[in-house]
Design a protein around this ligand. Structure first.
Ligand code: ADP
Ligand code: MG
Length: 259
């Protein structure tokens, strides 16, 4: 495996708070890597630096060996770092397939409003992407009427329209029912495998994390305290200690029931 995204000694402070404190890791080609940690651990701050929304206090991020630290979000996105699940990623007044077509048009650097035939452009490719996320049958519905889980799948299709090499997903399943969470992460895992995309995500449902991650990193108070396989993380005493306070990582009753 080779590293696609490399993070070296990344830090960001807000006044006296070290939100991200000297974090280093690498995301490998084709890897589905989870970043977990309690609320306020620094996960979103870390993601925002990777996506260019927030400037690091110090440290370096490289994409395929090229430094991207401090570049504008749009530039980072153009280089192949896709993000999903922004509320603004879909337009309610347009149909499902039109949203994907618009993303394809933008990806190919064409301007939607200047194209009288835009409604035809990339429609087939749009339908293909919708099929990838299991939404081909909803192509001509208006986004405003979509169920929440379907909107999330559409947002994934919109992200894929930009043909990302890396997908960054900060709490992609927030607000979803447990069964929908599992389904969305299963879909993401399939896409990662089939397209060779690399994906870094955060998620607070540990069933989802343990079921789908190739590797897990644990952030606590801005610092990376563990980085390893699902088994390593389950058995790591420091991780247990961090989570036992909140009681969210391991559920002994459930573990016994599963055994
Ligand atoms: P997580 O996503 O793991 O819940 P965050 O990255 O959102 O954690 O927050 C990490 C810490 O940084 C928290 O203490 C939070 O209050 C602080 N923080 C995050 N963003 C800001 C900001 N824009 N200004 C000040 N403090 C912030
Ligand atoms: Mg967060």
């Amino acid at each position: 495996m080779s590293a696609v995204l490399t993070v070296e000694n990344l830090s960001r402070s807000f006044g006296a708070i070290k939100a991200v404190d000297n974090v280093s890791f690498a995301l490998q080609q084709g890897e589905l890597l989870a970043m977990i940690g309690p609320n306020g651990a620094g996960k979103s701050t870390c993601f925002n630096m990777l996506m260019g929304q927030l400037k690091p206090t110090s440290g370096k991020v490289t994409l395929n060996g090229k430094v991207i630290t401090g570049l504008a979000p749009r530039v980072i996105w153009r280089k192949g770092v896709g993000r999903t699940f922004q509320i603004t990623a879909t337009y309610a007044s347009m149909t499902v397939v039109e949203n994907v077509q618009m993303a394809l048009i933008s990806h190919h650097r064409r301007i939607y409003s200047l194209l009288p035939y835009a409604h035809r452009l990339y429609r087939d490719r749009g339908l293909e992407l919708l099929a990838t996320v299991g939404m081909a049958d909803q192509a001509d519905r208006h986004c405003a009427v979509l169920a929440y889980g379907d909107l999330k799948r559409l947002e994934l299709a919109v992200a894929l329209a930009h043909d990302p090499k890396v997908l960054l997903m900060d709490e992609p399943t927030a607000g979803m029912a447990p069964r929908e969470r599992i389904a969305l992460m299963q879909l993401t895992a399939d896409i990662v495998r089939e397209r060779g995309v690399s994906c870094l995500f955060t998620e607070h449902d540990m069933d989802v994390v343990f079921a789908h991650s190739h590797r897990i990193m644990v952030l606590n108070r801005g610092q990376l305290i563990a980085n390893g396989s699902v088994q390593d993380i389950r058995n790591n005493p420091q991780v247990q200690e961090v989570y036992l306070g909140g009681g969210t990582l391991f559920n002994p009753a459930k573990e016994r029931a599963d055994a």
